[in-house]
Design a protein around this ligand. Structure first.
Ligand SMILES: *[C@@H]1O[C@H](CO)[C@@H](O)[C@H](O)[C@H]1NC(C)=O
Ligand SMILES: *[C@@H]1O[C@H](CO)[C@@H](O)[C@H](O)[C@H]1NC(C)=O
Ligand SMILES: *[C@@H]1O[C@H](CO)[C@@H](O)[C@H](O)[C@H]1NC(C)=O
Ligand SMILES: *[C@@H]1O[C@H](CO)[C@@H](O)[C@H](O)[C@H]1NC(C)=O
Length: 426
């Protein structure tokens, strides 16, 4: 059961409702690193100095991000999650970092991260306390927004714990206004708890703010195999696009929980969904195969595609799901996910070329996952034969090779979907 699933919002703070475009932030899905899923609320710096939530952790991550190609690949934000503050506000009512774990303070940390050409994200909560029990921002929205701005923070993840649900939307809007009032552009990432949905329908007024989904750490694989199926397709918001994105939460590639096939599935689906690519792993010690996957330029190009359209589930055949995302230059990305977790690799033939009108008269197909393979020029009569491991994904891009395709593209892109009659399971 997807009990721990929350719904979050990411949007640039200039947005009064639908206008999430005009402060130049989040034009493509956010890329970076966030501590939570890997380091959680580890504050034991005496016993575990290398992995506790302290300024050293973010400085080391920033160093590695520059040295080992992460920054060049596009990962830009180094984000602090819960458990950074002191339990007490200062004499002026401002949040302060835990002085033992952040002796230099957040401003200095932000300066350090900026000196590396990266950006710093911080965490707060719309309610009385953060989820881990640190001071929340309720009653202090303007003070906290100004504090974050003064420190030079570039992104705020704003959680939804310890808040009267009926006031949640109002709180998020108020913080958005408070951030705007500081005059500093800060990417705003806020949360709507999905488990509240059965009790309280999201009002129309707040719909535009609902961009980000979240789930807790150990739920990620179920999030892929269950949550996406149960919730994402039926309730994803059409508002995703440049300025704000639906977010099914952190990438846990490189950690302990996922097989390599599952890691490939997460990467492929997050790219198709135009989801933020916020890694939560230990970049100081990551296996080369996971690193290569996270830095795969062709997948990142899909994620960051300038058309800015979110993909969606377009077909289901037995244990397979087809996901498609329209890309710029009239291209299409398609992922074929094999949700069967047992057995061996399953063959899947797309007799879908007639469904992909971009392949009439010809298209060029490239497989990116599980391995790079140029499948070459295809026609409406072609079959594309894939082999997909259990819980793995094949990821393709399809490029039209016809100058007449402009007309076709005016069709609703759902019309380009793989249709049942065009697929066969071997
Ligand atoms: C939550 O807020 C509403 C609206 O202000 C109020 O009527 C209700 O009593 C509050 N509930 C709690 C538990 O504080
Ligand atoms: C939001 O701001 C309005 C207007 O200042 C205020 O009346 C309301 O109490 C605030 N709500 C919350 C949850 O802070
Ligand atoms: C504040 O909001 C206004 C109106 O939406 C917008 O034009 C402006 O860019 C925003 N300022 C910042 C710093 O985001
Ligand atoms: C098909 O795509 C591959 C990979 O991008 C490229 O190398 C090749 O030249 C393309 N072929 C045609 C006919 O466009």
């Amino acid at each position: 059961m997807c009990r721990a699933v929350l719904l979050l919002v990411v949007f640039s703070l200039s947005c009064p409702a639908a206008e999430a475009l005009d402060n130049g932030l989040a034009l493509t899905p956010t890329m970076g690193w966030l501590h939570w899923e890997r380091f959680m609320c580890n504050i034991n710096c005496d016993k575990d100095p290398d992995n506790c939530i302290s300024e050293k952790l973010y400085m080391q991550m920033a160093d590695v991000m520059v040295k080992e190609g992460w920054k060049d690949a596009g990962y830009e934000y180094v984000c602090i999650d819960d458990c950074w503050p002191s339990h007490d506000r200062d004499a002026k009512g401002r949040l302060q970092a835990d002085p033992r774990r952040f002796p230099g303070g957040i401003k200095k940390l932000a300066d350090y991260v900026h000196s590396k050409g990266l950006k710093l994200g911080i965490y707060g909560d719309v309610g009385k306390n953060t989820c881990a029990g640190y001071p929340g921002s309720l009653g202090y929205y303007e003070v906290d927004a100004q504090t974050f701005a003064d420190w030079g923070v570039d992104l705020l993840k704003f959680d939804g714990c310890y808040m009267n649900w009926t006031l949640l939307g109002e709180g998020y809007v108020n913080m958005s206004k408070a951030l705007n009032k500081t005059g500093k552009s800060i990417l705003y990432s806020c949360e709507w708890p999905l488990y509240e949905w059965p009790y309280q329908k999201v009002s129309d007024e707040h719909k535009e703010y609902l961009f980000r989904y979240n789930s807790l750490p150990d739920e990620t694989i179920r999030l892929m195999l269950c949550y996406i199926k149960e919730h994402f397709c039926t309730s994803s918001f059409p508002v995703a696009g440049p300025g704000g994105w639906n977010d099914p939460d952190m990438l846990v590639i490189g950690n302990f929980g996922l097989s390599h096939d599952q890691q490939e599935s997460q990467m492929a689906l997050w790219a198709i969904m135009a989801a933020p690519l916020l890694m939560s792993n230990d970049l100081r010690n990551i296996c080369p195969r996971s690193k290569k996957l996270l830095q795969n330029k062709l997948i990142i190009d899909i994620s960051q595609d300038s058309l800015g359209k979110q993909g969606s589930l377009t077909g289901k055949f037995d244990s397979f799901e087809i996901w498609e995302r329209p890309l710029s230059e009239k291209r299409l990305a398609a992922a074929v996910l094999n949700k069967q977790e047992i057995g061996g690799p399953r063959g899947f033939v797309i007799r879908a070329i007639p469904g992909w009108k971009m392949c009439d008269p010809k298209c060029n197909v490239t497989q990116i996952l599980p391995e790079y393979k140029e499948m070459g020029v295809q026609t409406p009569k072609s079959n594309i034969v894939l082999s997909v491991n259990p819980s793995g994904t094949a990821l393709l891009t399809i490029t039209p090779l016809s100058s007449d395709f402009t007309e076709m593209y005016k069709l609703r892109w759902e019309d380009l979907s793989v249709k049942q009659k065009h697929a066969t399971i071997l």
